[in-house]
Every structure is written in structure tokens, then in C-alpha cells.
Design a protein. Sequence first.
Length: 94
Amino acid sequence: MHFDVRTMLYMVLLVSIAYIAALFIGWRTYLRQRQMQWWLASTATLAAGGVLLALRDRVPDFVSVLVASQLVVASMWMMLVGCEYAIDRVPAWR
């Protein structure tokens, strides 16, 4: 069986959109929880990076590889900050 990477990236994008919607509803419901804001931003950034990775060979390599990779790394950092807020730790960068 052959897996198409671009199709898997589109599926990740669809799941990310559903996750973004769920996080947005949770963020609006529990306004005082900062980790929800960071997780929402993380997922949106990851989805943007996934879109750019899926558009490889259709947009310039600088955008599809370098910018997308930076977005994915930034997304993981935001997820870490959100997890630190979830366990009531002050993030290391503050």
C-alpha cells in the first residue's frame, strides 16, 4: 500500500481545523486559562505550517520548506509554553 504524503498532510489540516474549533470554544468558555490560548495558537501555527508543506512544488522552496519548518518549530514551542501554564509553572523565557 502506498501512502501519499500530501494527502496525509491535508488530513492533518482537516483534523487541526476541528481541533482549533474545539480549542476556541474551550478558550471562550474558560477565559482565565492561559494554556488554552497557547494551545490554540500552537495548533493554528501547526496548521499553517502543514498547509505550506502540502503546497510543496507549488510555491517557492523558501516558503514551503524554510518558513513551514519554522512554523512547525514555533508551534511545538507554543505547545510547551501552554503545558507549562497548565501545570502552573512560569515558562522558562519569562
